[in-house]
Design a protein around this ligand. Structure first.
Ligand code: ADP
Ligand code: MG
Length: 194
C-alpha cells in the first residue's frame, strides 16, 4: 500500500503513544541485559518526533528526514542511530516510491548495514526481518508481531550491550525488538496504511 504524509503522521503518533505508555516496561527489559535506558531513550525521541510532525511535512521525503533527525539528535545509545538510519533510508527511498513494503525493505537494509547484526543475533533486526516480508505479502497480524518479539527471548545476544552477557542474555526479550514490535503494531493500526 501507498504511504502518504497523513498516514505517516498517524503511524508515528501511534508509535509515540505506545512508547510513552510502555516506556517503563521497555527500560525494565533493558535492565537485566543492558543499562535500563531503552524506554526513556525512545520516549524522548518519539516525543520530539510527535512535536515536529505537528507541522505537516511538505512531502514524504521531508517527513522521513524530520523523523530521522529528531531520533538521531535525541535518542542516543545504540538504538538512536539505528532507528535514525532506518528513517533516513526511507527518506532516500521515498524519492522513487511510496510503497510501504519497499520503504521498509530499505529501512531494514540500513539497520543491518549500520549495526552489522544478522537475524538470530537478538536485536531489532530479528523483528524487522520477520515482519517486513509479512507486510509485503499483506499477511501482517498482531499475533505475528507478538511472536516475532517473543522469539528473541530464547536467543543469545551477539550484538550490542546484551552480547557482553553471552549465554546469560537468554531468557529475556530484547528491548529494541519490543520497541520495533510497537512500530509494527502502530503500522497495523493505521487505517489505509497496509
Ligand atoms: P544502548 O544499548 O546503547 O543502551 P538502547 O538501550 O537504546 O541502547 O537500545 C538497545 C537495543 O538496540 C537492543 O535491544 C537491540 O535491539 C538494539 N541494538 C543494539 N545493537 C544493535 C546492532 N548492532 N544492530 C541492531 N540492533 C542493535
Ligand atoms: Mg540501553
Amino acid at each position: 500500500m501507498a504511504l502518504t504524509t497523513d498516514t505517516l503522521t498517524i503511524w508515528m503518533n501511534k508509535f509515540a503513544d505506545k512508547v510513552n505508555t510502555n516506556k517503563q516496561y521497555l527500560s525494565d527489559l533493558d535492565t537485566p541485559i543492558g543499562d535500563g535506558d531503552h524506554g526513556f531513550n525512545m520516549d524522548r525521541g518519539m516525543t520530539a518526533v510527535k512535536e515536529k510532525l505537528a507541522t505537516k511535512p511538505a512531502d514524504l521525503t521531508s517527513g522521513f528526514k524530520t523523523i530521522a533527525m529528531a531520533l538521531i539528535s535525541t535518542v542516543g545509545g545504540a538504538s538512536g542511530p539505528l532507528y535514525g538510519t532506518a528513517f533516513l533510508e526511507m527518506a532516500k527511498k521515498s524519492a522513487s516510491t511510496n510503497d510501504i513494503g519497499e520503504l521498509l525493505d530499505a529501512a531494514l537494509a540500513g539497520i543491518e548495514m549500520r549495526g552489522g547484526a544478522k537475524p538470530g543475533d537478538k536485536t531489532m533486526v530479528d523483528v524487522w526481518n520477520t515482519l517486513v516480508p509479512e507486510v509485503k505479502s499483506g499477511n501482517l497480524t498482531e499475533e505475528k508481531i507478538k511472536d516475532a518479539v517473543e522469539t528473541t527471548k530464547d536467543m543469545i545476544a551477539k550484538k550490542g550491550r546484551a552480547s557482553y552477557l553471552g549465554e546469560r542474555s537468554k531468557g529475556h526479550i530484547d528491548p529494541g525488538s519490543q520497541s520495533s514490535g510497537y512500530l509494527f503494531e502502530a503500522m497495523f493500526e493505521t487505517e489505509g496504511l497496509l
